[in-house]
Design a protein around this ligand. Structure first.
Ligand SMILES: CC(C)(COP(=O)(O)OP(=O)(O)OC[C@H]1O[C@@H](n2cnc3c(N)ncnc32)[C@H](O)[C@@H]1OP(=O)(O)O)[C@@H](O)C(=O)NCCC(=O)NCCS
Length: 184
């Protein structure tokens, strides 16, 4: 059992609050993922983008996870990661509006971090909309710091802030994750 699994409670990914983190399956798309996407982004991912990403999980280059309030309940949040060499890139983090501010994204990010560390990544990165201040706060909690701006990255009109978090193999980072997990 990994550090994060221990921290989250049980080996199946369910925490003391009953939140269940599990690998994304194609049949989850119609059970919450596409709806959450439509609320989360001006240009949500299509089913075919998700299907292609899920197909690539078996190559080891991707990880996609879902969060449920109860096993077999609707998916209330999802998140994804690409692996390149010794770095990981967060591709998507979204939580249904009805489930926000209750630690769902934190639980998903903890699980992504756990896997990035397990796969020997030394850093992780992401892009976030300038207007997504809540998401930026979430990422700052995980130790991400702004490292640059991609002009007009979203829909050719909105800038992306590029954020990086380094040294994720260090003991200090494990301590940060434990603190975040303790608040779950
Ligand atoms: C950003 C998002 C994923 C956060 O999901 P969430 O499950 O509500 O996040 P959590 O409950 O785990 O929040 C953890 C912490 O992040 C910060 N945070 C999250 N949302 C916030 C908001 N709207 N405003 C300010 N801080 C916020 C807070 O520090 C929060 O801790 P607190 O609730 O104890 O204050 C969700 O709002 C969402 O899906 N937004 C639309 C999609 C998006 O912007 N995704 C990121 C793309 S890069």
């Amino acid at each position: 059992m990994s550090v994060i699994e221990r921290m989250l409670g049980r080996a199946d990914g369910s925490g003391d609050d009953g939140l269940v983190i599990a690998p994304m399956r194609k049949r989850d798309l119609k059970h919450g993922i596409l709806e959450t996407e439509s609320h989360a982004y001006p240009k949500p991912w299509s089913p075919s983008v998700f299907q292609s990403e899920i197909d690539q999980v078996k190559t080891g280059s991707r990880l996609y996870l879902t969060a449920r309030r109860v096993a077999k309940g609707p998916v209330v949040g999802h998140a994804g990661l690409w692996f390149t060499h010794d770095e990981a890139h967060v591709t998507n983090v979204a939580v249904h509006p009805d489930a926000r501010r209750s630690g769902v994204a934190t639980a998903l990010m903890l699980a992504l971090a756990d896997e990035a560390i397990r796969r020997d990544c030394v850093a992780w990165t992401l892009e976030v909309r300038v207007s997504s201040e809540g998401a930026q706060e979430l990422y700052r909690n995980f130790g991400f710091v702004p490292a640059g701006v991609r002009k007009n990255y979203y829909e050719n009109v909105e800038d992306a802030i590029v954020m990086w978090c380094h040294d994720i193999q260090d003991a200090e980072y494990a301590e940060r994750l434990e603190r975040l997990g303790a608040t779950r």
